[in-house]
Design a protein around this ligand. Structure first.
Ligand SMILES: Cc1cc2nc3c(=O)[nH]c(=O)nc-3n(C[C@H](O)[C@H](O)[C@H](O)COP(=O)(O)OP(=O)(O)OC[C@H]3O[C@@H](n4cnc5c(N)ncnc54)[C@H](O)[C@@H]3O)c2cc1C
Length: 401
């Protein structure tokens, strides 16, 4: 049996390690193919943009850890998937699989709003390592000569949390330099209220965030549809034009092109439809995990906000998928469970811990708490997580994800 996993991040790496634990070496070959040769702890990208961490600090090379576990690693971009022929192609090779796992994350749909950028427009982003590096360089120049700023997310965005983190971190940086008075910040979000996050909110987070933004003299617009970003402003669908010399607006996401273009594989946005076991709805030997998976929004909203797929949720999906692939091969019970979510948000001078089980309301448990200890916990966790992924310790105790 040859299992190919496309993607070497939260989804791909967790699936690979979990499958290796379940399927004997020698009998079953596992190959990870990833366009990026490093595992990058994406949740630390806001720290890269702020200049607190380098990409080196938050990543490691995939080849040795994978090979040490008896998993092949190919550093190449998949250009074509032929689900009918059970083949995938890179620029130079064709690979045949028995089972395929798609863990390819997202493509930033920057074309959704004119000016989103960062490489073809004046806006900035945090959604990928090159974009975070661009934000870092331009932010350093902006902080030396600050002016009005707009931070937020575009209609249809699903990953809104990093916009809040960037908002609080930038404000903290400005305040430390006694420059907050020169940089009025406006937060624009498609969410119907602050802290909705595409999941209907968490307990009293709405009231808390409203208070925190007001405390910091920030303006905010909810149910806001950004229509254009220029060098000097962010325009909204209701006619408002908000002056801005630095605009960081997170885009809506789509599936990567080779997945979106493969016959019968993806929905119109390029995400993969799966059943509760993370198996493709039409191809028995294809699974998908993480951001690549199609998931409906929790509710219809005046301005669309899509369902977020966090690293924590991706890890849960990968473990479920790996267990089910092993069951396909060796026999045994198939498994599934509702996803829960746990996140720590950096708020500049402190942090917030968010937990919900299940993530989609109504829920059995929700908790939200704040304090400096959560910022410390986020720093420790980011280092622990790199260690864990480097050593294949995905079977971690229940109290840490
Ligand atoms: C700025 C930011 C902050 C975040 N903060 C948090 C947080 O605090 N907590 C949290 O839980 N989640 C957070 N998330 C979400 C989290 O990062 C994602 O859920 C997670 O990265 C998804 O993992 P994935 O494996 O599905 O995809 P990705 O991490 O996007 O990885 C995709 C993989 O596929 C590979 N790939 C892509 N295209 C190809 C191709 N054509 N051929 C071969 N390989 C390919 C890439 O090289 C990569 O290895 C954050 C996200 C962002 C952007």
């Amino acid at each position: 049996m040859h299992i190919i996993i496309i993607g070497g991040s939260f989804g791909g790496l967790t699936t690979a390690y979990e499958l290796r634990r379940r399927l004997p070496r020698g009998k079953h070959e596992i190959t990870v193919i990833a366009s990026e040769r490093r595992f990058i702890f994406i949740p630390s990208l806001p720290w890269v943009a702020m200049g607190h961490k380098s990409l080196e600090d938050i990543s490691f090379d995939l080849e040795r850890p994978l090979n040490a576990k008896g998993i092949n690693f190919v550093n190449a971009a998949v250009t074509e998937i032929d689900a009918q022929a059970r083949q995938i192609k890179t620029a130079t090779e064709t690979y045949t699989y028995d089972t395929l796992v798609i863990a390819t994350g997202h493509r930033s749909a920057n074309e959704a709003v004119p000016g989103l950028g960062p490489f073809d427009g004046p806006g900035h982003s945090l959604m990928s390592p090159p974009e975070a590096m661009e934000a870092r360089e331009t932010l350093a120049a902006f902080l030396a000569n600050p002016g009005p700023m707009v931070i937020g997310a575009a209609p249809g965005a699903s990953c809104v949390g990093p916009a809040y983190e960037f908002l609080f971190e930038v404000h903290h940086a400005l305040k430390r330099r006694s420059l907050a008075h020169k940089a009025p910040i406006t937060f624009v979000t498609p969410e119907p209220f602050l802290g909705h996050f595409g999941v209907g909110g968490f307990g009293k987070i709405r009231q808390y965030l409203e208070g925190e933004l007001e405390e910091r003299d920030m303006r905010y617009h909810t149910s806001a549809a950004v229509t254009k970003i220029t060098d000097s402003s962010v325009e909204l669908a209701d006619g408002k034009v908000v002056p801005s010399q630095y605009s960081l607006i997170l885009p809506p996401l789509a599936g990567i092109n080779p997945v979106a273009e493969a016959k019968g594989l993806a929905n119109p946005k390029g995400f993969v439809p799966v059943d509760a076991t993370y198996r493709h709805q039409n191809f028995d030997n294809i699974y998908a995990v993480g951001v690549a998976v199609a998931m409906p929004p929790v509710e219809d909203l005046p301005v669309p906000v899509n369902f977020p797929k966090t690293g924590h949720m991706t890890e849960q999906m990968a473990k479920i998928a790996a267990k089910n692939i092993a069951a396909d091969i060796q026999g045994g019970e198939k498994t599934s469970h509702d996803l829960m979510v746990e996140c720590i948000m950096d708020m500049g001078n402190g942090g917030a811990h968010i937990f919900a089980d299940p993530v989609r309301p109504p829920r059995n448990r929700t908790s939200f708490s704040t304090g400096k200890r959560w910022l410390m916990a986020k720093k420790v966790f980011s280092r622990y997580y790199l260690w864990k992924m480097k050593h294949g310790a995905t079977n971690s105790p229940k109290w840490v994800w």
